[in-house]
Design a protein around this ligand. Structure first.
Ligand SMILES: Nc1ncnc2c1ncn2[C@@H]1O[C@H](COP(=O)(O)OP(=O)(O)O)[C@@H](O)[C@H]1O
Ligand SMILES: [Mg+2]
Length: 220
């Protein structure tokens, strides 16, 4: 992987765009410390990270970010509630059960809190992962195509929650193929092309993201 050069500021939502195979998932995994086969280095939470950084640094970095993966590995035998609690233990954070119940009410999945994950629909599995991340409140929340499986109303709830997350100072980085969603949610966007960050642009409602995206990814 080429040198990673990313600066993410607190309180902002960043989008990551790129066609299939552009390298989005790999980049997100690298930022989370799940992939150490890269060259160069990048700085996260005052810790300079490169493939040779020692385990302690990686551990600190991992605890400061949460990844909602595109196909998350969940534990089918745990209930939604147990899963959220388990992940809080991994992060050594206290688990406020009342907050989970309130969040589940807002995401319309309160009735499933004590169902095992193996029994849940794709959308409810996705909600389990998202709610756990929202509760953990790590400085960086990373999402790899997070909206797959969510109903329209839950996307709106998620949008409000992400805004609150940023107001508390957190930053959010998410990949998506949905340009409209990226335009609405994000203040800036990275466009990946052929495994490299080809462009980093600010976005607002006047940005012509379609045009910019296709200018980068079309190679005639
Ligand atoms: N920077 C890179 N250097 C070399 N190979 C890469 C790099 N980024 C991704 N790949 C490889 O390209 C393939 C697709 O990458 P992936 O991250 O899954 O793309 P996306 O999520 O954008 O569809 C994978 O096999 C991955 O190992
Ligand atoms: Mg991917």
């Amino acid at each position: 992987m080429d040198r990673i050069d990313l600066t993410l500021e607190g309180g902002r939502v960043y989008g990551l765009l790129g066609i299939n195979g552009a390298g989005k998932t790999t980049l997100l995994h690298t930022i989370c410390g799940l992939n150490r086969r890269f060259s160069g280095g990048f700085r996260m939470s005052e810790v300079a990270i490169n493939p040779e950084s020692d385990e302690g640094d990686w551990f600190r970095v991992k605890c400061e970010r949460y990844l909602a993966a595109d196909s998350p590995v969940l534990f089918g035998e745990l209930t939604m509630r147990q899963y959220a609690e388990f992940v809080h233990k991994l992060y050594r954070r206290s688990f406020e059960e009342g907050e989970l119940v309130e969040l589940a009410r807002q995401f319309h999945c309160e009735a499933y809190l004590d169902r095992t994950i193996g029994e849940l629909s794709l959308g409810n599995k996705q909600k389990t992962v998202l709610m756990t991340g929202l509760l953990l409140n790590t400085p960086l929340f990373i999402l790899d195509e997070p909206l797959v499986g969510l109903d329209v109303e839950s996307i709106e709830v998620f949008y409000d929650k992400i805004r609150e997350y940023c107001q508390r100072g957190g930053s959010v980085l998410f990949s998506s193929h949905l340009l409209e969603i990226v335009q609405r949610f994000c203040q800036s966007v990275f466009i990946l092309d052929r495994k490299k960050i080809a462009l980093h642009v600010p976005v607002d409602s006047n940005t012509d993201l379609h045009r910019i995206f296709f200018e980068v990814v079309r190679h005639e």
